[in-house]
Design a protein around this ligand. Structure first.
Ligand code: AP5
Length: 215
């Protein structure tokens, strides 16, 4: 099963992707995590992506489509994948569709996590992440220790106020049209109210997937 997660920055895509991946027994593929690892490792891809990411702009489609081709052709995703933030422009949605068709697959579900802007700004402004395993935390200061892997918590550069504002604008102008694109291509986008506790949101996502699954 290939599940695409859409939603603005801070909507909880990464948090929910981990939970859905564990539940469904398929890997989470987060292009943001792949790109941050490339930046850390100083690869060509990472060097190309860094400036865009720090400002909160989108990395060029060609880079993302290269990543999607690599991961979707890997044995790790043979049973499917949760694609977290991997589709943020219409050309990416089209390119992913072509890549999947070449290997006899398609997107099975699209979930849209919906939260209002005030809550998004609050979440991103208060977030720290583990520089090792990328787990996000609320209410923990940079320098604290990750409960999962013992790594150090840091503040992401794109969680500074100016970059947050830019990311929200980029979402509205470049990513929101992807919702219409999927609807136009007969792929219903399942909207999840992502305000509430993490458990509540997981419950809604699982329910939406289950309800649609048997249609
Ligand atoms: P990426 O890392 O994917 O960032 P994003 O989409 O902006 O999403 P976030 O990670 O900020 O938020 P999230 O929705 O995953 O929420 P989270 O679970 O962390 O991408 C970074 C950059 O990489 C992009 O700006 C771009 O430059 C580039 N990039 C990546 N993919 C790309 C693509 N396809 N095309 C082009 N460029 C691309 O939660 C946020 C916080 O809220 C956390 O602290 C969490 O603990 C907390 N939280 C989660 N759920 C709840 C809840 N229910 N209640 C309260 N708090 C909650």
């Amino acid at each position: 099963m290939i599940i695409v997660l859409l939603g603005p920055p801070g909507a909880g895509k990464g948090t929910q992707a981990d939970r859905l991946a564990a539940r469904l027994g398929i890997p989470k593929i987060a292009t943001g995590d792949v790109l941050r690892a490339a930046v850390r490792d100083g690869t060509k891809r990472g060097k190309e992506a860094k400036g865009y990411m720090d400002r909160g702009d989108l990395v060029p489609d060609s880079v993302i489509l290269g990543i999607l081709q690599d991961v979707m052709n890997s044995p790790a995703t043979a049973k499917g994948a949760i694609l977290d933030g991997a589709v943020r422009t219409v050309p990416q949605a089209e390119g992913l569709g072509i890549t999947l068709a070449e290997i006899g697959k398609k997107v099975n579900k699209v979930l849209l996590f919906d939260v209002d802007d005030d809550e998004l700004v609050k979440r991103l402004g208060g977030r720290t992440v583990c520089e090792g395993c990328q787990t996000p935390y609320m209410g923990r200061e940079p320098g604290a220790t990750c409960e999962k892997c013992g790594g150090k918590l840091v503040r992401r550069k794109d969680d500074e106020p100016e970059a947050i504002r830019n990311r929200l604008e980029v979402y509205r102008t470049q990513t929101a049209p992807v919702i219409d694109w999927y609807n136009d291509h007969k792929m219903e986008v399942l909207k999840i109210d992502a305000d509430g506790t993490v458990d509540e949101v997981t419950g809604r996502a699982v329910e939406a997937l289950g309800r649609e699954w048997h249609k």
